[in-house]
Write a protein that binds this ligand. Structure first.
Ligand code: FES
Length: 317
């Protein structure tokens, strides 16, 4: 069997189909991973994959889209999923999706049903609720479509994470933030911005009402040597006026502690193509431009490894 051809044929779903599938699955995902799942899908949209893969002159396209950072999912599949609570089950999810894909004989079932079937079977094997696995299983299906079955099967799997329940996981996050918070409270009205929940050093402080990008810029540690986009602080930025799109972030926890998204910010998010799954009436979406989001409480964020202007090609299609 030619696995590549099989994968392409049976696992191709359009952006619209993915959008509908995610909308249907989101209420079924445990709350601990609902926003993390939305963020992962916004960080790795099918549109980005198509744009890069259907290009005859990749260098030219990258330049047109003003792409910066690391934008190939195949190079960072495992690390891209760290932001999910369910990452602890990733090796098992990957194996289950691979096995499902290899044994698939017909594609009569909808994408949603396929994802639910894999999550349900694995959850039963692991004796955990299905809701813990739906988000990460959806991610594995998207990865399957973007990088193919052989790559999904061979992508390196990091050492397994210590197993935890969502409740214990959230308590641990709160405890960590609580410690940071009490430290920061020694100076009035400062909030903790965590940008990698796995590492307690990955945190900076924000003054009440300060935008996150500006607060990140006050963090004087060296981030440039790890990411050429980060000249000041851990979040890339260029303009701080909503123009460049460098500073986008995912908000894992505490999105209600940020200022509501403005019409201007929504328009810019759409222009950059970062708005996957954001509804028009949503006042606190999990994807923000950090230079536009003012901080009024503790927040946990994820910083995407790339930035660009995906929708600059919309009119050419
Ligand atoms: S820094 Fe340019 S959009 Fe935020």
């Amino acid at each position: 069997m030619d696995i590549d051809k099989n994968t392409t044929r049976d696992f191709f779903h359009s952006e619209e189909s993915w959008q509908k599938t995610l909308e249907a699955l989101l209420p079924l995902i445990h709350p601990v991973d609902q926003d993390a799942t939305r963020i992962w899908f916004a960080f790795w949209p099918l549109r980005l994959h198509h744009i890069l893969n259907q290009s005859e002159d990749l260098d030219q396209r990258v330049q047109t889209l003003e792409m910066e950072g690391r934008y190939w999912l195949k190079e960072q599949l495992d690390s891209s999923l760290h932001l999910l609570f369910a990452f602890q089950y990733w090796p098992a999810v990957k194996a289950a999706v691979r096995s499902f894909a290899e044994s698939l004989t017909s594609c009569d079932e909808s994408l949603e049903s396929q994802i639910r079937e894999v999550a349900k079977t694995l959850a039963s094997d692991l004796k955990i609720p299905e809701s813990h696995l739906i988000g990460i299983t959806a991610g594995a299906f998207m990865a399957l479509q973007q990088i193919g079955l052989p790559a999904l099967a061979t992508a390196s799997t990091e050492a397994s994470v210590k197993r935890s329940s969502p409740e214990r996981f959230l308590r641990a996050q709160l405890k960590k933030r609580g410690r940071l918070f009490s430290f920061l409270k020694t100076v009035n009205s400062k909030h903790a911005i965590v940008f990698d929940e796995r590492n307690k050093k990955c945190c900076f402080k924000a003054i009440n009402g300060q935008d996150i990008s500006m607060a990140a810029g006050m963090d004087r540690r060296d981030y440039l040597s790890a990411d050429p986009r980060c000249s000041e602080g851990p979040i890339p930025f260029q303009c701080r006026t909503g123009t460049c799109g460098s500073c986008w972030i995912g908000v894992l926890r505490g999105k209600e502690n940020l200022s509501p998204v403005s019409e201007f910010e929504k328009i810019r998010l759409e222009y950059f193509g970062y708005n996957f799954g954001i509804s028009k009436c949503e006042s606190h979406p999990p994807i923000r431009l950090s230079c536009q989001a003012k901080c009024y409480g503790d927040v946990s964020i994820a910083i995407p490894p790339w930035n660009g202007v995906l929708n600059v090609l919309r009119s050419d299609r």
